[in-house]
Design a protein around this ligand. Sequence first.
Ligand SMILES: [Mg+2]
Length: 204
Amino acid sequence: MNKILKKNDTIKLVISLNKIIIDMDDTITVDTYLNVVNNYLKTNYTYQDINKYWIDDIIPPHQLENYLDYFYNQINIYDYAKVHPHAIEVIKELTKYYDVYICSAYVDHRDLKDCVNLITYKYKWLQKNLPFIHPDNYIFTSNKKMLQADIKIDDRLNNLEGQARLKLLITAHHNKNISVQELREKNVIRVNNWNEIANILLKH
Ligand SMILES: [Mg+2]
């Protein structure tokens, strides 16, 4: 027999349905760009060799046009992606308690014509690896600041700007040196992995 919801139950239900926006690259997937660059250049760079946000800034300028064509047209970059440990199982658990959205940027000012292909690659990867999240909950935009959510999870500090009650920065090669003080000033909490995210969001 279905339980009839009383008014207070409904209020609790609504309150519990918090909206989470989760970034994709370097938050759910890892090493994608590093693996693609290494494959293209036939190198074995590690994150220790790269001190930039954009991994492909190490591509020599005279090869950039060729590299961008490779990146957007010749491969699916997510064939080179690994999953952040425990990300998928934690996100699946989150969907039981939260309204989960995946938000990923795709605009590349160096190649505005071909970067649209990233949407297809991202969409297919998400469908295959996070089948429990409906595509209605995918957001493809490079302007994440305008999105409002209760909780945002991202590896890029800029993307955590804008409205959210809880902002979690997941550690990545390019954000390791952001100070505790700066994070505190921006009301951001650092998390090192998905187990830490689970500890914060799934402790009931
Ligand atoms: Mg990211």
